[in-house]
Ligand binder design. Sequence first.
Ligand code: ATP
Length: 454
Amino acid sequence: MSDPVVTMEKIVNLCKRRGFVFQSSEIYGGLNSCYDYGPLGVELKRNVKEAWWRDTVTTRPDVVGVDCSILMHPRVWEASGHVASFSDPMVDCKLCKGRFRADHIDQLRCPKQPSKKPGECDGELTEPRSFNLMFKTHMGPVEDSGAAIYLRPETAQGIFVNFVNVVNSARMKPPFGIAQMGKSFRNEITPGNFLFRTREFEQMELEFFVPPGSDDGWYAYWQQRRMQWYTDYGIKADRLRLRAHASDELAHYAKGCADVEYQFPIGWQELEGIANRTDYDLKQHIEYSGKDLSFFDEQSKERFVPYVIEPSAGADRGTLAFLVDSYDEDGPDNDRRAVLRLHPALAPVKLAIFPLMKRDGLGEKAMEIADSLRAHFAVAYDQSGSIGRRYRRQDEIGTPLGVTVDYDTMKDGTVTLRDRDTMAQERVPIDSLYEIVRAKVAPPVNRAALRPPA
Ligand code: ATP
């Protein structure tokens, strides 16, 4: 059972009200399943991506990053198999004209009221047919087929086609990885559930290249590592699971695949896929480009095409999971508090500063403290409403620490520091704030072994 306190509706409302996420083009009636991140959402998502990049790239000696263009040579998508088979089965309802992803019928509702499962109303469904999910556009002013081009449906291919560039320029040798974060586009048949399934989204992908034969160990390693990342950043372990694909779910080239799943209010859903893609991708590009993408190991004097372990996560899905997971309510019925118990490293605002009163120099003093800490952390300053209300506003957006400046501050240079989760308050010197906040918002230390057990 999912947590009864948190519903998708509460999350959507909070996101709109507090400026995490808005419907795209809202003043024109919105564009279906497209969203804009507002002032707090952009910070939260940046922090999620930064946490991934830090864990996957900058704290590791064996992973480097790239940032490739969204538009790529059309042959890339022929080689990768996307032109031929990046499709989902689609059915149409002959009555309401709704279009549905055939393999998701159980989770879908038709647009007719009262809404039913597609096919359960009087409408007849067509036979499933294959619908390619790639967005096609044209490069340059001529709309002929020679100029047809795709918006990338995944970031991974930019990594594969740069394999040799990275090996040569960064002097990497397998086992090593190349990571990328960025926008991907899929013309999903039935997008929905807020940020969960959209047509434009961000991915965080790692392609980890290993000598054939060591792939099983690295596959197990990355599954464990990626699960650990989510719990390190606060996701509750009992709402997270790893689900290995059955053999009939596996892509024909994959040796293994497991999904990291999270228990959303809409049920258990994929956050990330981790696959052992064998040497399929590099071999495809060798064939289609005619270029040698194998690796020559100077030490062993062996030439091989590396196997690839791919952890592929969604930044928006991840952000939604962190929002859902951290949402909590406490206190008595007549004084309920909504709080986002976000990991402090992910919180969009780290510290809020409140003058008890605006007058008698308290406002100026509070602003002075805010300005001095703003060079280091995202700081909010709020002087309106009762202190209790101001605390609540910050709790609801996940700010881990609050500081109140009062008359004693003017006498002895101390402030009241309040903790979001425990609501405990203590008196601390202004001079100690930087160190306290720094320690509080530090990212978890990546203590993972850098290699799988032999
Ligand atoms: P699904 O089965 O949900 O369509 P998928 O298995 O096709 O997903 P992958 O191709 O493995 O997804 O993509 C890797 C990750 O990218 C997913 O785990 C998800 O987090 C994210 N992702 C994929 N499609 C979408 C989408 N339409 N909207 C938001 N995130 C997405």
